[in-house]
Design a binder for this molecule. Structure first.
Ligand code: NAD
Length: 351
């Protein structure tokens, strides 16, 4: 039986990804071929859980940005079967609750790490060489070429990486040409050859440039707090392209304002956009970007295709490639399509 067979009632996929392609795109066609209608609700800013629930009611699939999916979502939208992230972080989703409600959570692994690695190096150089301030100095005809405006070399520095997963490895590869020492800490991964394994404290206190590549988990939330920032080298810089919740931003702002550390390059914030953050006022020492590390033209094409694959797979009774939880029952086995409003008819879609 084909997914678009006459017997299958139309299903709905909520699409909150803002750059999801138009109606004549291959992605939309593929979703329609498995019997899905799109409900587009592009997310431009943070959304409340109530809003996400309201948007998702009646949907069995979702292709999403970093909208919040806590336990109450799964209780309120029992028809949901698959949430596919256009991205790799799953911290906005309660994976356990999804699991208990038989909802598969898939991520777009392997699609945007090159972009994040490029962005990480870009932030390091932008902070060290004060590129945004230099740009402003030219535009305002100030032509600043003396102290206190001079930047620092990346060459000769020690870079500390916290988390040694995909992005950190690519950052280490890119750093090979800069003549730096690289130390790194990750209790769950073997360091790549260019990185000397060190313990957490050594990475914090031994790095001139501390770069964060950790997932946001209960273990890592706030792990760069008052003690850690106090132990950073005087004059060090912090780069965060992972998740804002890993860093205590109030303490970071204080340390930057007092000059205890020199600068920060931040792509991610505990509140996004960070409209209430004290970091906004620190225009000389910080370079801030709008959670854009993983977004490049090339990465978006891959992410959207990957996220579409996951939904199509579930609808076709196949387990998607990058499911990050263990839903019970697995929606691909339960036969999402077969669960159609067919009066208890449970034929499995085998296409
Ligand atoms: P990954 O899963 O490949 O690597 C994460 C690494 O962190 C793993 O090796 C893991 O063992 C390690 N880790 C987990 N807990 C740790 C701890 N307590 N201490 C030290 N290491 C720990 O993920 P990745 O693809 O490298 O991505 C890293 C993070 O970057 C993601 O989790 C995501 O939050 C973030 N990210 C941000 C953007 C962006 O647009 N800025 C885009 C993609 C990913």
């Amino acid at each position: 039986m084909s997914a678009s067979s006459e017997s299958a009632a139309p299903r709905t996929v909520l699409v909150t990804w803002v750059d999801f392609p138009g109606e004549d795109s291959p992605e939309v066609r593929r979703l329609q071929e498995v019997g899905l209608e799109l409900r587009r609700a592009p997310r431009l800013r943070d959304r409340s859980v109530d809003e996400v629930i309201r948007l998702a009611r009646g949907c069995e699939a979702a292709i999403v940005s970093t909208d919040p999916f806590p336990r109450e979502f799964f209780e309120a939208v029992p028809e949901m079967r698959v949430i596919s992230r256009v991205g790799v972080g799953s911290d906005s989703i309660d994976l356990k609750a999804a699991e208990e409600h038989g909802v598969a959570v898939a991520i777009a692994r392997g699609t945007n790490e090159e972009a994040v690695a490029d962005h990480t190096i870009g932030l390091m150089l932008a902070v060290l060489r004060k590129i945004p301030a230099m740009d402003a100095s030219v535009r305002h005809e100030e032509w600043r070429r003396t102290e206190p405006w001079l930047g620092s070399d990346l060459h000769g520095k020690t870079v500390g990486l916290l988390g040694l997963g995909r992005i950190a490895r690519l950052v280490a590869e890119r750093l090979a040409g800069f003549g730096v020492q690289i130390i790194g800490y990750d209790p769950y991964a073997v360091p790549p050859p260019a990185v000397r394994a060190a313990d957490f404290d050594e990475v914090i206190s031994g790095a001139d440039i501390l770069s964060l590549h950790l997932p946001l988990t209960p273990e890592t939330r706030g792990c760069i707090g008052r003690d850690e920032i106090a132990r950073m080298r005087p004059g060090a810089i912090l780069i965060n392209t992972s998740r804002g919740g890993v860093v205590d931003e109030a303490v970071l702002s204080e340390a930057l304002r007092e000059g205890r550390i020199t600068g920060a390059g931040l792509d991610v914030f505990s509140e996004e956009p960070p409209v209430h953050s004290p970091l906004l006022g620190l225009t000389r020492s910080t370079v801030l970007t709008p959670h854009i590390g993983g977004l490049s033209r090339e990465a978006i094409v891959d992410m959207v295709a990957h996220a579409t694959d996951a939904v199509v797979d579930v609808m076709n009774g196949r387990k998607p490639r990058d499911v990050v939880n263990s839903p019970h029952p697995p929606p691909w086995e339960a036969g999402l399509l077969a669960r159609a409003d067919s009066g208890g008819h449970t034929e499995r879609n085998e296409s």
